[in-house]
Design a protein around this ligand. Sequence first.
Ligand SMILES: [Zn+2]
Length: 154
Amino acid sequence: MEIYLNRCLEKPAGRCNFAQNALAMTDDLEPFAFCICCGKPLSAAGRLDRKFCDERCKNRYHNRIRYPKRESRQQEILHILDRNRSILARLVTLGIHSLDRRALQHLGYDTDYITSYKKVGNKHLCSCFDYIYELTPTRIKRIGSVYSEVLTSE
Ligand SMILES: [Zn+2]
C-alpha cells in the first residue's frame, strides 16, 4: 500500500485520483480503484494510476466535459422522434391514414424530424422508425406501419 501511495504522491497535486481511490481498501490491503466514468471497479492489471476501464470510458468521460450539450441535444431529438412515432401509431390504430399537416401539427407532430426519407417518382416518402407516410405540401398520406401493406397497395 505504501508503494502505491508514494507513487501517487509523486504526481502533481490534483492530477491523480489514486490517493482517493486508495482510501477504498479491502481488508486484505488489496488496492482497488474505480473507473471515474462508469464507476465500475478497475481490474488489478495495468497501470496503478489507471482511471478508466478502457478507451471507451476514457473517451466518453472527456466528451462529456468537452461537449456537455451534445448528450442533451441527442436526447431532445430522440424525444421528438419518439413523440412523432407515438402520434403515427395512434393515427393508424384509429384507422386514420391521411391527415392535414396543420391538424398533425396540433397533435404535436414535427415533420422536420424523421428517421429516413426516400423519393419514389414524384412522391416523398418519410418514415419515423417503423411508420411510413407520403408527405405532400398540405397533408401526410398513406400512413402505415412499414410491416403493413399501406404503401405498396396503391
Ligand atoms: Zn468505465
